[in-house]
Design a protein around this ligand. Structure first.
Ligand SMILES: N=CN[C@@H](CCC(=O)O)C(=O)O
Ligand SMILES: [Fe+3]
Ligand SMILES: [Zn+2]
Length: 430
């Protein structure tokens, strides 16, 4: 049976069209392609037509007659949201560290004392495949209810070959089983394990010569990421790890200048990383270099919010010509949220972005940040029929009524997977 879906009469159908070749920069970030009373027709999971009811019926009346119809009157329809930076596959929680930080301890102090990433690594190493799968699946369900249809998922809480593979295999199985698509990043260089504290080079050697080849051979990741930060990996070490990944076909990403200014942005430009992420402390030279080298800035204002730190300079970066994407950074230590809508609110209220820019940053630019803009991130003919219907009358409401979940319906590859705020258990998965 062919699967035909017709969403009609959205008060705003936000297409974000026209940016699939290159990420949107500068004023293009404000061009979100709104169609009032907009409609979209899809068949077998792909978009067939986009426009007004009249335009679509003129061309496709026969197909419309066959379609399951969703009336989007009074709602805003966007491309399914894309979250391009998550650490979603992990075990345990770290609310104890949250309490310590509220009393004045810093994130790095806690990590250097064996907590932080090390604490989640211990919990993740101890968890069975099934435990890791179930805990992560529960989080994916919440993301889906929030309108997210694709995420990037990083490893990096295994830190041994066996445990990194376990994390990546869980992500792979979740991608197969869950309505949300997961695109994997290998992040063996997320922290130097405590037992290598005095000899980080030995661990880097393992990442490069033992982990990377196996991850690539098993086809378990698309990207390679490293935490470039004082006290974790230096820019020089990070560069070596990212260059080694390239040899195995893994595209570079980098956690850069999150806690301190550390030339991470400059290094991202040097290795021509697909994206540099965090960038709270990126220097002006780094911003210029990233703009010149088409490095996408993936900004994570939830992390600044939760670490009570100063936010990344989104306005300056956009004005300098960088393409910006936004993401949750979903993880148990520095950003335990699953709400990309709250991240959009923070983008506006704390980083000087416009309501239109934050939509571009969580759709087409986020898709570019995970190299998937040929398939997702905008509502255009030929792309996947991934849509989020929000129960608001216009897109300004999304960042005006903040800290809320406005999602009403979610469509993944032409299937209704969330309806009236509930997951449809029987929906087809792929
Ligand atoms: N900075 C490194 N990694 C994560 C935090 C991971 C953790 O604290 O568990 C981040 O993106 O902020
Ligand atoms: Fe999937
Ligand atoms: Zn991260």
């Amino acid at each position: 049976m062919s699967n035909v879906l017709y969403i009609k009469n959205a008060s705003e159908l936000i297409t974000v069209r026209g940016h699939s070749e290159k990420p949107a920069k500068k004023t293009a970030m404000s061009e979100i392609g709104i169609i009032e009373n907009g409609c979209v027709l899809s068949k077998d999971g792909k978009i067939v037509a986009v426009g007004t009811d009249e335009e679509i019926r003129n061309e496709h009346q026969d197909l419309v007659n066959l379609a399951e119809v969703i009336d989007a009157t009074g709602k805003v329809v966007t491309p399914g949201l894309v979250d391009p930076h998550t650490h979603i596959v992990y075990a345990g929680t770290r609310e104890n560290e949250y309490a310590m930080r509220l009393e004045g301890k810093t994130y790095m102090e806690i990590m250097n004392a064996g907590g932080g990433i090390h604490a989640t690594t211990r919990a993740t190493q101890q968890a069975s495949f099934d435990e890791l799968y179930e805990q992560s699946k529960a989080r994916l369900d919440k993301m889906l209810l929030g309108g997210i249809t694709t995420i990037e998922a990083k490893s990096g809480y295994g830190l041994t070959l066996e445990d990194e593979l376990k994390q990546l295999e869980v992500a792979k199985k979740l991608n197969e089983d869950h309505q949300i698509d997961l695109i994997s990043t290998f992040m063996g260089a997320h922290a130097v394990p405590l037992e290598y504290k005095d000899n980080p080079e030995a661990f880097i050697d393992i990442v490069i010569n033992e982990m990377l080849p196996v991850v690539a051979e098993k086809n378990l990741a698309v990207f390679n990421d490293v935490f470039c930060e004082r006290g974790v990996f230096t820019p020089e070490q990070s560069k070596r790890i990212l260059e080694a990944g390239k040899k195995y076909g893994l595209k570079p990403k980098i956690h850069a200048d999150e806690i301190e200014s550390y030339s991470g942005a400059e290094m991202a430009a040097e290795v021509k990383a697909v994206s540099a992420e965090h960038l709270l402390r990126a220097s002006d030279e780094g911003i210029k270099a990233m703009a010149e080298n088409d490095v996408i800035g993936v900004l994570l204002p939830g992390t600044a919010f939760f670490l009570m730190a100063d936010y990344a300079e989104a306005r300056k970066m956009i004005d300098a010509g960088m393409a910006i994407a936004l993401s949750t950074d979903a993880n148990p230590g520095s950003s335990p949220t699953l709400s990309l809508q709250f991240i959009m609110n923070l983008g506006c209220l704390e980083m000087g972005m416009t309501p239109e820019e934050v939509i571009t940053a969580t759709t087409i630019n986020a898709a570019h940040a995970i190299d998937a803009a040929d398939r997702i991130g905008s509502i255009e003919v030929g792309k996947d029929a991934d849509f989020t219907l929000f129960d608001v009358k216009n897109h300004l409401m999304l960042s005006y009524q903040y800290g809320m979940n406005h999602t009403h319906t979610v469509v993944k590859k032409g299937n209704v997977v969330v309806s009236d705020g509930h997951i449809i258990k029987s929906a087809a998965v792929y």
